[in-house]
Design a protein around this ligand. Sequence first.
Ligand code: SAM
Ligand code: SF4
Length: 368
Amino acid sequence: MTAVDLGVPRLRRPGPAGAAAGLPGDRPATPDLVDRHGRTARDLRVSLTDRCNLRCHYCMPPEGLPWLDRADVLTDDEVVRLVRLAVRDLGVHEVRFTGGEPLLRKGLEDIVAATTRLRTPAGDPVRASLTTNGIGLARRAAALAGAGLTRVNVSLDTLHPDRFAAITRRDRHTDVLAGLEAAAAAGLAPVKVNAVLLRGTNDDEATDLLRWALAAGYRLRFIEQMPLDPHGSWQRSQMVTADEILAALHREFHLRPRPGTARGAAPAETWDVVAGDGTVLGDVGVIASVTRPFCGDCDRTRLTADGQVRTCLFSTSETDLRDALRSGADDAALADRWRTAMWGKLPGHDIDDPGFLHPTRPMSAIGG
Ligand code: SAM
Ligand code: SF4
């Protein structure tokens, strides 16, 4: 049995050696967002709001959550300044906007356009993508593509409108399907679909969802349910595991591990779906954050809507950039704070450990 089977985060080589004079702790003098465990963050997740127009019961209570005060949320200009800093000074190559529901952010197209105008120090364009519940995407997909957005992940857990209404507490299934179609028509390809399977609710839909996604040309990604609900009701024993999902898929489909794609920092383990004559019909991924954590290869850094750096979804501490920025800190000082935060990134999330501490912010307030 391997460390991965056991759910033990894999660690790469130890961090760069050598303390640099004047830097906090033993942090090395590199511009990039490195940590003590040999990882470098290149992928920035930016939450643009903690609010949402759905109430997925594994994510939000029916009444919603105590929302952030609007004054505490970064303005569009502040978001763009921090994204620019990350790309220009900290080695970030890829930016994904999320939330809450990022389509609720009026300035989204402008923020995307400002992001895609950025270039890395090597002159490469920045890849900008979006994770959304798809409501309102039908109206905005073309404008987002025009702003330079390259990819979109749309969350859809079920093909049944009544189940959708039960899971999300809103009757908006048709809007999500329209959003998906508009995203594909706008060229935001490949359109990915994120699905969380919930025991006793939609855990019989793995094959139906895949059949539908293949027919529509979407790339389906199942996500294991993580302990990030606001009410702390997640139970390991109730979670639908990656193994269960794959076993269900194997009963109907021939799945072949995607050749030459070591998982690396990409969280999905990807399989080609192969027809009897060997034709590849599409692919499917399973993001097994709980049962097969990929912490050892994580290349992410996160910025919350209120301007806090989080090194991990499961961090129990954050580093403020908003107040520093509003008190006049210059880019060099902000960059230094961000680097110090990342240097302290923990090796793994330890969800499977009995001593696991539930983060105080729920998923919607961190940015999934
Ligand atoms: N509102 C947008 C959406 O639903 O795509 C973006 C934010 S949402 C937090 C991002 C993704 O996280 C969605 O695919 C959602 O299904 C997933 N998610 C939410 N809570 C989760 C949990 N406890 N475990 C695993 N995935 C979760
Ligand atoms: Fe909203 Fe996304 Fe959470 Fe559902 S998963 S309540 S759409 S933030």
